[in-house]
Every structure is written in structure tokens, then in C-alpha cells.
Design a protein around this ligand. Structure first.
Ligand code: LRH
Ligand code: MN
Ligand code: MN
Length: 434
């Protein structure tokens, strides 16, 4: 399939009619910002450097436990997924890496995969292990994860799950990744079903064994989630459990925050701050939600919360800085939209939240905080959040040769139609291709 959006001439053609208006909007915004003492060029430069990784599993249509409605032209294999990721990055200029999931993205030759991605200008971010479902077609997984994986009562199941994670590290090394993300579904559905303390101990022991296989410059990200598939208790249910585990595992372990993995109304930005305090913030799985792990597009429901998360991150960036930059990844499930469009939109929303957070006058905010002026402190954040930074994002894209209007350019490219014509209809499978 011809990846038309990856062609710089196609993008230049698309941008031609939009350049003049963008220039005008950018200049006006620049003047408004200058009045507040902010240099628009500094912000645009930082926005251009910002990148967020795309989840390989997000390129296919997701599904719920009730049904999956296949989209047209879905990727049939990981090479197709990479082609779709190249479309997203070409148009947004903001998604230079892919986060793969194993065994969904298993291939015989990882060097070939890395090479293919590189020819499209893409690299690999954290590799994800999967011990939340069985893999009967993969010979090294004879035992079932029905009652858990890394925390299973049976040492043989734990050993199998540990081996799988180590294989993920090996695959990641060949792909140029630097981190392994572990999310387990382990937990219980009934009070009394499992022993909270002993299952947590078993999990920590297993992750310690995995950590011994990490190359020195690698990290292991522990991802917590309040519930699902376990509906009564989950072993790594919250950031507290995640932090305790990361502290016990050691310096290479840290805590990954998936925005959808908390109880409604939980103050996620404050969790972020606490993990930063502990030096254990690994990074993010961005998405949005209203009820639970809805995996909706980033910024679709509560863009203010996304902004508040970035406000915490920019606060550190503007101050002491991060010893290790947090990993930014998207993790979404697309049920009713074209996954490529959702990922394009999400990448832009995440970048928007970052740009807005860069507009906060940090010195003024600290002043309002220290003099106990809640009204003006809140106004400072609101002023940044309500500034329309769209011209900054568009200018960053235009200068990188990406698309000024990525969604419009995507639709004009006919890429999805080309995929529908060439790729087989996929009826089975959820997030991954199993
Ligand atoms: C679990 C999760 C985790 C998985 C992905 C498919 O809900 O967020 O990150 O790897 O979804
Ligand atoms: Mn996740
Ligand atoms: Mn999730």
C-alpha cells in the first residue's frame, strides 16, 4: 500500500492553501503572548520537540467484552501497524515511536521489523508483556493465566510469566527499546479468593527476577489499574501498591500512570506529583475516560485534567528537571472511530495540554500560592488553559513538514480506502492480533 501521507510533496500540497491563514493567526497569538512576557518561538520550539509513542495495538479497532465491530482495512500484522503509525507521525510530526505488545507483535525477525520502522522514520518505545490472556498458539505458554501470572500460587505459572517478560526484554533489545512495561490482570473476583499479602509478595519476587534480566540502561515500568479483569481485588491496584513494589524491586523500577486506571474523581495530577517526589514516575499511558478504563481518546472528556497533569510535569521541567524524562505513550481502544484518526487527534490533544502548561507563569503562580490567593492562583492556570494554542501546534507541524490540518490531510490522502482495498477483513481479536 502506498503510504501517501508519508510523501512530503503530498503534505506540502495540502498545506499550500493553509499557510497564509496560519501565518496570520500565529502572528496575532505571538503578539498577545508577548504582552504577557511569553516568547511564542520558545513555546513552539518546545512543542516541536515533544513526542508521544503510539501503541501498536491501538491501530486496530478495539472492542468490548460484548462485541467487536471490525473497521475497514485494519492492519493484518505488525508491519501493517507500523505503516499506520507512519501515517500518524507523518501528519502530526509528534509520534516518532511505537510501543509494541507481545506476543501480539511477535515476528521471526526483529531486526527486519526495526529496519522497516526506521525506513519510515520510526523507533520503538517501551515493550509491553502480556500475561493477562493465554497464548495457546505460542508453544512456550502451556499453562493458563486464568488465576494469575506473576503472582500465581503455582511457581510453574510464575516461571512461565517471568520467562515471557524476559523474552520481551530480548525482543525490545533488538528493536532498540529501553523499557519493559508490565501490567498484569492478576487479582480476585471474590472476597477470600486470594491472600492480599502473599499474592503481592509473589508479584514482587517475580518482578525482581525479571529485573535481573534488564540491561543496565533499561527500566521496568509497573502499571497499576484499579480493577478489570479482576472485579474484587487487583494485585497492583493503585499507585501505592505500584510504588511499594517499585521501591522493593530497586532503582530500575518505576511507576507508570495510565490515566484510565483510577477510580472516578481521583486526583491523578496529585498522584503524578507524589510519584515525582518519590523519584518513581515512569511515564504515562494517555487516554480519557468518564467511568473506568474507557480508553477513549486523550482529551475527549476532560482536557482540563490532561492540562493539570502536564502542569505538574512542566513545573518540574521548569525547575529541577527530571533525572530521567518520563515516557509518554498513548493507550486507547477505538471502537467507533477510525483508529488512525483517533490517534492523530489524541497526539494533538496531548501536545495541546503540554503547550498550555508551558504558558503558566510559574513565578506568578508560586506568588499566589505563597500569599494564599486561591482566586488568582486558579485564574493563572485557567488563563493558560483557555489560551487557544492551536496556531502554535499547527506552526510546529508546518515547520517540520507535517500537516497543518492532519485529519483533513488524512482524509484527503485516501489511505484508509487503499487499506480497505488491500487488507483482509479481520473479524477476530480485540486490541491485539492473537
Ligand atoms: C490494561 C492496559 C495495559 C495493557 C493495555 C492493552 O488495561 O492499559 O496497558 O497493556 O491495556
Ligand atoms: Mn495501559
Ligand atoms: Mn487500560
Amino acid at each position: 500500500i502506498k503510504i501517501r501521507p508519508a510523501d512530503p510533496d503530498f503534505r506540502a500540497e495540502q498545506n499550500a492553501a493553509l499557510n497564509a491563514a496560519l501565518q496570520e493567526d500565529y502572528e496575532i497569538l505571538g503578539r498577545r503572548m508577548a504582552r504577557r512576557g511569553i516568547d511564542i518561538e520558545t513555546v513552539t520550539e518546545l512543542v516541536s520537540r515533544f513526542g508521544v509513542a503510539v501503541p501498536s495495538w491501538g491501530t486496530g479497532t478495539g472492542g468490548t467484552r460484548f462485541a467487536r465491530f471490525p473497521g475497514g482495512g485494519e492492519p493484518a500484522n505488525v508491519f501493517d501497524k507500523i505503516a499506520d503509525c507512519a501515517v500518524i507521525n507523518s501528519l502530526t510530526g509528534a509520534t516518532p515511536a511505537i510501543s509494541p505488545h507481545f506476543p501480539w507483535d511477535e515476528v521471526a525477525d526483529f531486526a527486519e521489523l526495526r529496519q522497516y520502522a526506521a525506513t519510515l522514520g520510526l523507533g520503538f518505545d517501551a515493550v509491553n508483556s502480556n500475561t493477562f490472556q493465554d497464548h495457546p498458539s505460542h508453544g512456550d505458554h502451556p499453562l493458563s493465566y486464568k488465576f494469575g501470572s506473576l503472582s500465581h500460587t503455582d511457581p510453574a505459572v510464575r516461571a512461565q510469566a517471568i520467562r515471557h517478560n524476559i523474552r520481551c526484554i530480548e525482543a525490545g533489545e533488538q528493536l532498540g527499546s529501553k523499557a519493559l512495561t508490565i501490567w498484569i490482570g492478576d487479582g480476585s473476583n471474590f472476597p477470600g479468593q486470594s491472600h492480599f499479602g502473599r499474592s503481592f509478595d509473589r508479584y514482587i519476587d517475580s518482578v525482581k527476577q525479571i529485573a535481573t534480566a534488564l540491561p543496565p540502561d533499561w527500566s521496568v515500568f509497573l502499571e497499576h489499574k484499579i480493577y478489570e479483569p479482576a472485579f474484587y481485588s487487583t494485585v497492583i491496584q493503585d499507585w501505592g501498591s505500584s510504588l511499594l513494589a517499585a521501591q522493593e524491586v530497586g532503582p530500575q523500577a518505576s511507576c507508570l500512570v495510565d490515566l484510565g486506571h483510577h477510580a472516578p474523581n481521583v486526583n491523578i495530577e496529585m498522584i503524578v506529583s507524589r510519584l515525582i517526589h518519590a523519584g518513581k514516575l515512569a511515564g504515562f499511558h494517555f487516554n480519557d475516560s468518564k467511568y473506568g478504563d474507557d480508553d477513549l481518546d486523550a482529551g475527549a472528556i476532560d482536557p482540563f485534567r490532561l492540562f493539570l497533569v502536564f502542569n505538574e510535569l512542566v513545573d518540574v521541567e521548569a525547575g529541577s528537571g527530571f533525572a530521567k524524562a518520563p515516557a509518554y505513550m498513548i493507550d486507547q481502544s477505538h471502537n467507533v472511530t477510525d483508529p488512525i484518526e483517533s490517534l492523530i487527534s489524541s497526539a494533538i490533544e496531548i501536545q495541546r495540554a503540554y503547550a498550555q502548561a508551558l504558558l503558566v507563569d510559574r513565578a506568578a503562580l508560586v506568588g499566589f500560592q505563597d500569599t494564599n490567593d486561591p482566586m488568582m492562583a486558579n485564574q493563572e492556570l485557567k488563563r493558560a488553559f483557555t489560551t487557544d494554542v492551536a496556531p502554535i501546534l499547527a506552526m510546529a507541524r508546518a515547520r517540520e513538514g507535517a500537516a497543518i490540518e492532519p485529519l483533513a490531510a488524512y482524509r484527503a490522502s485516501g489511505y484508509r480506502q487503499a487499506c480497505i482495498a488491500r487488507r483482509p477483513v479481520r473479524t477476530a481479536g480485540g486490541g491485539g492480533i492473537v
